[in-house]
Ligand binder design. Structure first.
Ligand code: ZN
Ligand code: ZN
Length: 136
């Protein structure tokens, strides 16, 4: 996020400089003009983007595991898959490449990315896990 903020700040500087050059205005007026062009409200918006987007009502990180050749494969998901022999941790069936794969956080803590807390499951199985948890 700092990147976009910095580039905004940089653009602002650029505009500031241009205002001063072209319109022959003084430092104060140039700043005022560039502030109008870039209202400070932007910071608030940036903060919103920072918050992790929840893709589903569940805690799974949804990936196509057909993306296994990309960088994604070398992450927590791939480790969980390897550990489970590419089988769903819930129903035990194979996780196929064209299916959605969810990562279930066993202890319910979405910040706990330790391999033993992660379980790769089918999307539908993941929904089952959570609906049965609600019942108990
Ligand atoms: Zn399953
Ligand atoms: Zn889950």
């Amino acid at each position: 996020m700092d990147g976009s903020r910095n580039s905004l700040w940089f653009t602002k500087l650029e505009v500031n400089r241009r205002f001063r050059k072209e319109k022959k205005v003084n430092r104060y007026t140039a700043k005022k003009l560039s502030d109008q062009a870039f209202p400070s409200v932007k910071y608030k918006e940036n903060k919103h983007i920072k918050v992790r987007v929840t893709k589903s009502p569940y805690d799974g990180d949804l990936v196509y595991w057909s993306q296994r050749n990309s960088g994604l494969y070398d992450n927590a998901t791939s480790k969980a898959l390897k550990k489970q022999n590419h089988c769903c941790g819930h129903c035990g069936h194979k996780l196929l490449g064209n299916e959605y794969l969810h990562l279930h956080h066993i202890d319910g803590n979405h910040d706990n990315w330790k391999p033993k807390n992660l379980m790769a499951v089918h999307q539908s199985c993941h929904q089952q896990i959570h609906s049965s948890q609600k019942d108990t």
